[in-house]
Design a protein. Sequence first.
Length: 184
Amino acid sequence: MQYFNTREIAAIALLSALWGVINSLFSPIVFNVIGLPILCDMIGFAVLSITIWWVRKPGAATTVGLIATVINFIFNPSGIFFLGFTAASIVFDAVSWLARYNSYFKKTFLTTVSLFSFSVLSAAVAGFIIGTCFMAGPALARWGGVAGWAGLHAMGGVIGGVIGAGLIAGLIARNIQTPNTKRC
C-alpha cells in the first residue's frame, strides 16, 4: 500500500513546482531590489502551510522542500542558499507532526496560531543555516551577523505564515474539505 495517495502526490507536485519556480525566478530579483530575503520565505512557508493542511501526513512538507530544492537548482544553479529552506521544510514537517495535525486543524484560530508559529520558527532556522553556511563578510555583518539574518528570515516567516494561515482560513470558511479531513 502506498503512503501518499494520488491526490496527495498531485498536491505535493503542484506545491513543489509553485515554490521552486516562483522562488528561483523572482526571489533573486526581489532580493537584488530591496536587499531583504522576504519573498523566498513568503512563498515557501505559505506553500508548506497549505501542504500540511491538505496532506496531513509526516513527510509531505519535507517532500515539497526536497522537490522545490531540485527545481530551484535547475532554474538557479548558483542558488545554493536554498539548502537552508530544505532544512527548514524538514523542521516545519517535524514540528507540525509533533503538534498533531488533527488537534490544531479543528479550529481556525488554532490553525492560524500554529502555522504562524511553525513558519516563524522554520524561517529562523533557514536564516540561521544560510547565515552560518553560505554568507560571509560585509553582507552578513550589515544585518547583524547570523542572528540578524535569522531574524530577517523569521520576519519573512511571519508574512508567509500569515499568508498561508489566511489562505487556509478562507478555504475552511468556504467549507473546502481536504481528502484527509475525515480523519479528524
